[in-house]
Design a binder for this molecule. Structure first.
Ligand code: FPP
Length: 245
């Protein structure tokens, strides 16, 4: 009897390689980001097809503000265009859209659009699509610690009761399935401060494919790779085999 291959419930992606993709075509970096937007559409379709419950994309890190002003401006304009164009279709497909990160840094019109898209899609549950913007994994841990400190100060939480669960429930994405699969495109093999806490037991999949070339077949390949991994959570291979018994 062959059992169905495991499908990751929650996938996160560092979408790297837009700049190199554009450079290879002698075009500006913004051309690559724009092509990257089409790849976002591809993976959303792929996740809906494969039955993935949550997809979290790293669209703008807290470090990306250091890029040339022109590129930051082009990315912001791209986010606005994408929101205006995609929200209704995502809604029709049953996708719940959420932005995670320190949103206070964005200007008012963009923040309003983000909020409107979140409100519009809030009752959907077919796929939870989280766009991480001005996000950093260390920031996420710090803000969870600050929330716990506030709860202690208010007398709602005992300092001695701050454990992993107490911090986990104060992190971004706490209410979603645990992160199963962490993908990074573009050939680098690092986490770059994305979902540090949530990735503790995630399977890592690194590919040389540049983000604009990442399509549904690439996603399927990553999911197949995930299906071949043995997830032991500190136990031995023999223990896992005897459980499956
Ligand atoms: C990294 O590639 C990519 C980014 C910093 C931006 C990601 C943004 C998108 C894919 C745009 C679409 C997103 C949404 C949510 C609409 P890089 O520029 O670092 O590439 P390089 O390593 O080749 O220079």
């Amino acid at each position: 009897m062959t059992s169905k291959p495991a499908i990751p419930r929650h996938i996160a992606i560092v979408m790297d390689g837009n700049g190199r993709w554009a450079k290879a075509r002698r075009r500006p970096r913004s051309f690559g980001h724009n092509a990257g937007r089409k790849a976002v559409r591809e993976v959303v379709e792929g996740c809906l097809r494969e039955g993935v419950e949550a997809l979290t994309l790293f669209a703008f890190s807290s470090e990306n503000w250091r890029r040339p002003e022109e590129e930051v401006g082009a990315l912001m304009a791209l986010f606005v265009r994408a929101l205006d164009k995609e929200t209704e279709e995502l809604h029709a497909q049953g996708v719940r859209l959420r932005f995670v990160g320190d949103l206070a840094a964005f200007d008012e019109p963009l923040r309003e659009r983000m909020q409107a898209a979140m409100t519009r899609t809030a009752d959907n549950s077919k796929l939870h699509l989280n766009i991480a913007v001005n996000y950093g994994g260390r920031w996420d841990i710090v803000q969870a610690a600050q929330r716990a400190a506030v709860a202690v100060a208010r007398g709602e939480l005992h300092a001695g009761a701050i454990d992993e669960a107490a911090l986990s429930e104060r992190m971004c994405l706490a209410e979603l399935p645990p992160l199963d699969l962490f993908i990074r495109t573009g050939g680098e093999c690092r986490l770059s401060n994305f979902l540090l806490w949530q990735a503790a037991y995630a399977e890592l999949h690194f590919t040389d494919t540049l983000w604009p070339d990442f399509d549904q077949a690439s996603l399927h390949q990553a999911i197949e790779d995930f299906g071949r991994r043995e997830r032991r959570y500190g136990r031995t291979g023999e223990q896992i085999a005897s459980d499956k018994g």
